[in-house]
Design a protein around this ligand. Sequence first.
Ligand SMILES: [Zn+2]
Length: 307
Amino acid sequence: MLKIIFAILICIVPAFAQKKVCFTIDDLPVVSYSISDSAFQREITTNLLNKLATHKVPAIGFVNEFKLYSNNNLNSFQVSLLNQWVTQGFELGNHTYSHLDYNIASLHKFGAEIIKGEIQTKKLLEGSGKSLRYFRHPYLHTGDTKAKSDSLDQFLNAHHYIVAPVTIDNADYLFALAYHRAYVKKDQSLMNRIGTDYLTYMEKVLHYFEQQSSALFGQNIQHTLLLHANLLNSHYIGKLAEVYTRNGYEFIALAEALQDKLYETPITRFGKWGISWIDRWALSQGKGNDFFKGEPAIPAYINELTK
Ligand SMILES: [Zn+2]
């Protein structure tokens, strides 16, 4: 009898292996498009952080420090938005000073942007006993040749940065722009429609990258999800967390996600692309077009609204 129970357990345990994801949120303090109203920006930050806390999501935010300055003066309001992340126990990382594109910048210029972009974030983190550890490439542009990619990796290493990869890439920013435009027009029913379709789309994206991970590795990697600090996510990140929970996910910090050895898979092909690390590994292993089929489409009306 015991042998039978043991055999059953061996069969079912892999099926119930815990799925894990880290939520990573870019372009801090906030993506507010043209709205400079401080109450609006405060609300985005407060909603985002409260919903992450309610759902016990240990997210990390990536900062563009140029947003902390107005006319070369440090803007204490913007710093206070960032400080909310730190005081609520969230981690912060560097996303370059001005969201510079490494596809069009030299290592010299890009490196200077990394250093310029760490000053206030470092101060805030160190003030609460933490240190700045992670770097996220703007546009996920990591270097379009091996030489350019390697030289940036060496720079990041020398400055004690750990690269924050993305496995679940998506178009949250397009839904967010459409949502923002509906908000400006005070069109609540359109906002509701975009929000609902956003959740449906994000669940399809999750299933797509689960399938890609399984196809490439025979297992589901500990995922890193890319999001942005915008109004849409400030309203829907709680519901998005519920989508992940319903799909069997536990929320983890970036350090834990990166313990997955699959992140050590070599990347040997380079391009101007800003794509998921799963796609980079797949390209490096010679996968052809067929492998990448089935990525969820963005609804036509979202594309229309963002023109
Ligand atoms: Zn960004």
